[in-house]
Design a protein around this ligand. Sequence first.
Ligand SMILES: [Zn+2]
Length: 157
Amino acid sequence: MQTVWAPWRIDYILGEKEEACVFCMALDKKKELTLYQDNDIMVVMNKYPYINGHLLVAPLRHVSQLNQLSINEMGLLMKKIDQSVEILKQEMKPDGFNVGLNLGKIAGAGIEEHLHFHIVPRWIGDVNALTVFADIRVIPEHIEATYKKLKPYFDKL
Ligand SMILES: [Zn+2]
């Protein structure tokens, strides 16, 4: 039995091919799944989550490489990751987190042209369910319900 932690596979497999960058589109339309946005950083719900509370933290600027970020943006990104983790801890009480970056298609980046960090809350026992269901999305709670829970916290940032 294969036990691979691969949250990026979901948007890769299930994501319909969109013409424009989904992160830049989220800014244009103020999409309903945007939790937070300021002049530099955005936090959005993953439309194709691997698990409840799967968030994406990205710079507003459409850049694909770490070396294209300013030191200021790096600091702001890390701060927003920190705040997002704290919010998830408060609201969803996970046992741990996977936080990471997929650079390039080979590394699993579903949207490789716009850098984004994944924040995936983890609960003891979730791997078993995920192993069984393999590539099937396991979302016990509807994404909009999760959004409604998390949004008030981000509104206070
Ligand atoms: Zn973009």
